[in-house]
Design a protein around this ligand. Sequence first.
Ligand code: CP
Length: 306
Amino acid sequence: MSNHNLIFKHFVSTKKLNSGMVMKLIHRAIEFKKMDRSLLPQYPGHFVSNVFLENSTRTHLSFEMAEKKLGMPVLSFDAKSSSVSKGETLLDTLITLEALGVDTVVVRTCEENYYEELITSPHLTLSIINGGDGAAQHPTQSMLDLMSMYECFHRFIGLKVAIVGDLIHSRVAHSNAEILARLGAKLYFSGPREWYEEDFDRYGEYLPIDELMSQVDVLMLLRVQLERHDQVDSFDAETYHRLYGLNIERADRLQEHAIIMHPAPVNRGVEIADELVMSPHSIIAEQMKNGVFMRMSILEAVMNGK
Ligand code: CP
């Protein structure tokens, strides 16, 4: 199986993917995961730059690793020392990178849907991969999450997935709910009611966390994103953990085959107990590993569009 016939000009939202595209990306990522390093295809003529205007460890570095494994030259970009700090717009930054010879940019910013004006701009021809836009979409995280679930269950139809926590502020929740529902998964949501929004009703059902433990195949926990909250003072980590977090007692009620996922970074002792982060049910480290291979798969499909 190869994704050589998958062609993307841009990769900005899960809403633009159909199930055939999803499966091709997953199979190609699994192929990359098994491939000897010496056999990896090399694309030395494809220049990439990672423009992260919001902090990141996993997405930024796994893209850089993916780019380097595929032999793509990476033009380093540091937001703090760049002219963004002098007020240069994202459009002007990308026009500059394109003028220098960059073919594809990976962009992360807090501005939701930033890519709409860029992909329609008559001044840009480079490809844009969305590395996360505010609370809206994190399509490459969704794809690595789908790959990780597929490796465990080999299906999405009827898979019972609970997404738990800071739903309203989570781009991971928004993009995963959208694509998982279209792939036929049965979705549940949980966490503080005030962090739930009606929009999620389109995809699944809200239930208290204690009703979910014994029935789900996938328990996907979300980071509490205090940086996106208006009222940080009222948050108490201990109370959150007791009411909504995954503790030992709740984890003991998971089915034998159930998996624990988290996009990370993890707030240990808040959404998940410290000792459960690397427990046998947890595939959190595998998600990070799969991020490199899925991003290779996506980069290759974008490179095919050139
Ligand atoms: N999961 C994720 O997007 O992590 P980073 O913010 O570290 O990239």
